[in-house]
Design a protein around this ligand. Structure first.
Ligand SMILES: Cc1cc2nc3c(=O)[nH]c(=O)nc-3n(C[C@H](O)[C@H](O)[C@H](O)COP(=O)(O)OP(=O)(O)OC[C@H]3O[C@@H](n4cnc5c(N)ncnc54)[C@H](O)[C@@H]3O)c2cc1C
Length: 431
């Protein structure tokens, strides 16, 4: 019987250390308008402390300088690091570099690992993952149009991508392109490593978004539109087997969703703490907000939702560690849309309880609210995950041959009367 909800005490000590570091050294940075150089400078001593503590790049196996943590430990860690956009940089686990490092570790050749993975892990270079296109539905990557045409022993890429996070500051791009248009729909695409300065690669712009509405270029957190025009790359650029783009992307996306859900819980918890604190000081209509039933419902509902999402997410992480990614697919889809809703709901209530202050930039709630909105569609929109979960569940059911619901009481009563006729007859005979 193994059904344990406790954290290993030795690892809890590490989590407490992370939590203190993030709150005391990193949260204050959020209030400053730092340049990329300044962020790099302030991060260096923190990164050294993290490395000394043995917590650097925890997502990768030890042979690549990581800690080999499973998804459960990583999940607990991401819950803390997710509370601040800067925290993952201090721990060598910032997206998209962490996911790209996982792809390279998984599918890269020895040469690719030497050239790209090692300096990426050392924090000397940056990477981006370039899959989504403006002209095709990102939620259905079988529709990708960016092409990879064989040319001699190399390849020529053509296409337009956007929302390539960190594209404008990346040293290399992992590009998903159609290498085999006539193959099975899940075997049409391959992945390629493209140095960002390859001729034909044009960084068109960093797309202004709800999270970063101002037009600017080359910043942390930017999402880049990129034009690939006759981009010539050698055979060494192919990452993993030809036609294995989907397979590799799935390996990256499933654990990535667990990481996202735990980061969201970290953000939700921060918003929840603000909700509770404000309710204890704001007075209106004869009582503190904490004494109003509606606000009490918000506190209780938020706590219940966060606990449910946390247990579901840690359970999915445990399942992935225990039984592998395929076994955890449904659990991961469940948490992806449920976690995104919880994140939104808790921030929304916290913002509401603060009124104008919550809406203003004097608190981080409005920024959290904008950040939370995208969670409902990146890494698979809610609708796609719901459909996938429902499809898997419904496969376990069969339509009754006669169309009558299995639980139909008159039908069940007739069957029961037949089955227990001896009992009913005996009861009648005793009358
Ligand atoms: C902050 C952020 C970072 C990102 N980073 C990256 C990155 O680094 N690299 C990268 O390649 N991409 C990135 N993306 C893009 C992201 O992966 C896509 O936005 C996502 O896959 C959805 O694709 P789309 O935007 O084209 O929406 P579409 O595919 O056009 O979908 C739009 C809507 O259609 C509906 N829909 C779709 N399918 C179904 C269905 N089966 N049933 C019912 N409704 C459906 C949903 O409501 C969905 O929201 C990022 C996006 C964001 C917001």
């Amino acid at each position: 019987m193994a059904w344990d909800f406790s954290t290993d005490p030795a690892f809890q000590v590490e989590l407490d250390w992370m939590s203190d570091l993030v709150r005391e050294e990193i949260w204050p940075l959020e209030t400053l308008d730092l340049s990329m150089e300044q962020v790099g400078e302030v991060m260096k001593p923190l990164q050294e402390r993290v490395k000394e503590r043995g917590l650097w790049a925890a997502h990768l196996p030890p042979e690549h300088g990581g800690q080999g943590f499973g998804q459960l430990k990583l999940g607990l860690m991401h819950e803390i690091l997710g509370t601040s956009p800067y925290a993952p940089f201090a721990f060598g686990s910032n997206a998209p570099d962490s996911g790209n490092a996982e792809i390279l570790a998984l599918a890269g050749s020895d040469e690719q690992k030497d050239r790209w993975l090692e300096p990426l892990l050392a924090g000397q270079i940056r990477s981006a993952f370039s899959m989504t296109e403006p002209a095709t539905a990102g939620s259905d990557p079988t529709l990708l149009e960016t092409s990879a045409r064989e040319d001699g022993d190399g390849w020529v890429l053509n296409g337009r991508k956007w929302f390539t996070t960190h594209g404008s500051i990346a040293d290399f791009l992992i590009v998903m392109a159609v290498s085999d248009p006539d193959a099975h729909k899940y075997q049409r695409a391959s992945m390629f490593i493209v140095p960002a300065d390859t001729p034909g690669v044009t960084m068109v712009r960093d797309v202004p978004t709800m999270e970063h509405p101002e037009e600017r270029f080359g910043f942390f957190g930017g999402h880049t539109e990129i034009l690939y025009e006759d981009v010539r790359i050698g055979p060494e650029a192919l990452l993993g087997p030809r036609g294995a783009g989907f397979l590799i992307a799935q390996q990256r996306l499933y654990p990535g969703r667990i990481h996202h859900c735990m980061r969201w819980l970290g953000v939700a918890r921060r918003a929840f703490d603000m909700l509770c604190e404000r309710s204890l000081t704001r007075f209106a209509h004869g009582s503190l907000l904490s004494e109003k039933e509606t606000v009490q419902n918000w506190v209780a509902d938020s706590a219940a939702q966060m606990q449910a999402a946390r247990l579901m997410t840690l359970h999915a992480a445990w399942k992935m560690d225990d039984q592998g990614v395929a076994a955890a697919r449904q659990d991961i889809s469940l948490i992806k849309f449920f976690g995104a809703t919880v994140l939104h709901d808790v921030i929304d209530r916290a913002l509401q309880v603060h009124g104008s202050l919550g809406y203003s930039t004097d608190l981080p709630l409005e920024a959290m609210y904008r950040y939370a909105r995208a969670a409902r569609f990146y890494d698979g929109p809610d609708e796609v995950h719901r459909a996938s979960v429902a499809g898997r569940i419904l496969r376990g059911f069969e339509a009754p041959a006669d169309g009558v619901p299995t639980e139909h009481i008159p039908t069940r009563r007739a069957a029961a009367q037949e089955k227990f006729a001896w009992l009913l007859e005996a009861a009648t005979a005793n009358d």
